[in-house]
Design a protein around this ligand. Structure first.
Ligand SMILES: [Mg+2]
Length: 321
C-alpha cells in the first residue's frame, strides 16, 4: 500500500499520531504550527520542525545555497510567529553528498545565519550525515506568553478572517521558473520572508485563531475550521495580491487567485478576529486584509465569488498528484 492510497499526507499523519498523550506538560501535541509545552508560570515552550529536500523543496538550478539556508530558517521561524511566540534555539540536521563543496555549505550557512540574526535565533546543535540528495532539517524552539499564545482551535463564528501582506507570490515565482523565465518577480519563491515576531505578537494579543500560510489560504482556513469546529466563507475577490503576482500569473496564463488559495510557502499569517478589535490592531500593525468570515459549522466551508459559492479544494499534499 502506498501513501497516496490512504489519502495522502494528512491521512498519513493521522495514522501515525493516534496514540493519546498522557504527559501533563504537553499542552498541544500534533495538530498546530508548533507543539506547546509547559515551561514557566507565565510562558509556554514552543517546538517546531521543518525540512527542505533537494528537488522537492528546492532545485540547485534555481536556488543559490544562500537562499536554501535563508528559506530553511524563515520557514521554521514562521511557525513560531504563527502562535504569537519568540523563536530562540535551533538544532540543524544535514544530509550532504560526498561531492558537496565546502563553498556551497559556506553560502548555505551565510543565508541561515542572516535569517537567524534577523530573528535572534541561536543555533546550538546539530547532526551531519550523508545521502544521495541534499536534505536540511531544523528543529526550532521558542517561547510565548501563555495569555497570548494563539492556536488553530481558537476561531469562533462571527469573527473575521484576515491575512497579512499579499498571497500567491511564492507560487507565482515558481510558475515563472517552471516556464523558463528568469525575469519577473522570483523573490517570493526563492527568498521568502516570514513575518516578524512583533507582528505576530501584536496580532496574537487580539486574535481568536492564527496559522501561517505554508500550503495556501484554502488549506490554512480548512485547518482552522477543523480544529475550531466551525465553517467559513472566503471572499475570493478580497484576497490581497501584489502587482508582481498578477503580472506573473498573466505571463504564464495562470490565475493569481488560485496561487493564493492553493499555492504554498507564502509564510504570511492567517488569523481570525472580532470586528471591534480590528481598529486597535491597525494602530499597532496595519498590513493585513479582511478576506472572509468564520461561520457555524453547518453553514459549510466555501469560497464566495461574484455571488457564486464554490467548495474549497485542499492545498498542496506531498503524496498526492
Ligand atoms: Mg505552519
Amino acid at each position: 500500500m502506498k501513501l497516496s492510497d490512504i489519502g495522502g499526507e494528512f491521512a498519513f499523519i493521522r495514522r501515525v499520531t493516534g496514540v493519546p498523550n498522557a504527559d501533563p506538560a504537553v499542552v498541544k501535541g500534533v495538530g498546530d504550527d508548533c507543539a506547546v509545552l509547559e515551561y514557566t508560570d507565565a510562558r509556554y515552550l514552543l517546538v517546531t520542525v521543518d525540512m527542505l529536500v533537494e528537488n522537492t523543496h528546492f532545485s540547485l538550478d534555481w536556488h543559490t545555497p544562500y537562499q536554501v539556508g535563508w528559506k530553511l530558517m524563515e520557514a521554521n521561524v514562521s511557525d513560531i510567529v504563527a502562535m504569537g511566540g519568540m523563536p530562540r534555539w535551533a538544532f540543524i540536521s544535514l544530509a550532504l553528498r560526498a561531492d558537496t563543496e565546502v563553498e556551497f555549505m559556506d553560502e548555505f550557512y551565510r543565508g541561515l545565519y542572516d535569517s537567524a540574526r534577523r530573528h535572534r535565533v541561536a543555533l546550538i546543535g546539530g547532526d551531519t550525515t550523508h545521502g544521495r540528495e541534499l536534505a536540511f532539517n531544523i528543529a526550532l524552539a521558542g517561547d510565548a506568553d501563555k495569555r497570548f499564545t494563539r492556536f488553530r482551535a481558537g476561531a469562533r463564528p462571527g469573527e473575521l478572517i484576515c491575512v497579512t501582506g499579499t498571497l500567491g507570490k511564492s507560487e507565482a515565482g515558481l510558475r515563472l521558473l517552471m516556464a523558463g523565465r528568469r525575469d519577473g518577480c522570483l523573490g517570493g519563491y526563492l527568498e521568502p520572508c516570514c513575518r516578524m515576531e512583533w507582528e505576530g505578537a501584536a496580532i496574537a494579543r487580539r486574535a481568536g485563531a492564527m496559522i501561517d500560510v505554508s500550503d495556501g489560504l484554502a488549506s490554512e482556513v480548512a485547518h482552522i475550521c477543523e480544529e475550531s469546529g466551525t465553517g467559513a466563507r472566503i471572499d475570493r475577490e478580497k484576497i490581497p495580491l501584489s502587482r508582481d503576482t498578477i503580472d506573473a500569473a498573466h505571463a504564464v496564463s495562470g490565475d493569481p487567485y488560485e496561487y493564493a488559495l492553493y499555492g504554498g510557502e507564502d509564510f504570511e499569517l492567517v488569523f481570525t478576529i472580532e470586528s471591534d478589535r480590528i481598529k486597535g490592531l491597525r494602530k499597532e500593525f496595519s498590513d493585513f486584509t479582511v478576506v472572509g468570515e468564520i461561520l457555524q459549522k453547518e453553514e459549510g466551508l466555501y469560497i464566495a465569488s461574484e455571488g457564486q459559492r464554490s467548495d474549497l479544494k485542499r492545498g498542496y499534499d506531498h503524496f498526492k498528484d
